[in-house]
Design a protein around this ligand. Sequence first.
Ligand SMILES: Nc1ncnc2c1ncn2[C@@H]1O[C@H](COP(=O)(O)OP(=O)(O)O)[C@@H](O)[C@H]1O
Ligand SMILES: [Mg+2]
Length: 221
Amino acid sequence: MIINPKGGSGKSTVSCNLAGYYSNAGKKVTLLDMDPQKSSLSWLRNRPAESTFIRGLSAIRESDFNETEDGYLILDTPAAVAKNIIPEIIAKADTLIIPVLPSPIDIQAARIFIYQLLLKHRITSADLNIAVVANRVRSNTLAYKTLNDFINTLNIPFITSLHENSVYLKTAEKGLSIFDFNNKLTRKLSDDWNPLISWLSETEARKKIISSSNKAQSQNN
Ligand SMILES: Nc1ncnc2c1ncn2[C@@H]1O[C@H](COP(=O)(O)OP(=O)(O)O)[C@@H](O)[C@H]1O
Ligand SMILES: [Mg+2]
């Protein structure tokens, strides 16, 4: 689940590019767009027929969570996620990715959101894998340093920084991700994504170990 109550932080960009990454890696991918603006689904509508297939959904159905056991379900969320449904939708997710822009207003909004998650909803990184990703980063700006310092005060991994680049907008207009290309620029941009993709596969491996040890335990009982 890609979540941050602040609009424009990159939720849809991260959702669509992750969907593009996994589908190009040969995985079964469903992109669930919970935002009434439906930007991920309109991205998907523009996706060329010859590109790797990504299934699109506009509403949560319980069965979709079971169906995707052998694949990836990517949830793009709206800016205004009603506070009372946060725990309910988060309960369905294995992993939360919070994209944050390195601007003072965005950092402050993320600070409030993350504290709410951790304190009010008693979500800990033990229950759920949570990671912060900085987005639209222009290296070494003061705002980036502030974001970095803030994230380091939380008990949440700060996985990577995605750089500001107009390629994200240009590819998005065509229903494509940076992973649908293999050129010097997209390879350079994809370096930013490698830590996130590695972290996701580590969390996946951890989850498999936990679920198989739970299974073994229940068989022993
Ligand atoms: N790393 C980036 N570099 C350049 N433009 C970006 C980047 N990430 C997002 N954008 C652009 O910023 C705008 C908002 O991003 P979007 O993913 O739609 O945010 P959200 O879904 O959180 O509202 C879009 O026009 C998108 O193309
Ligand atoms: Mg969006």
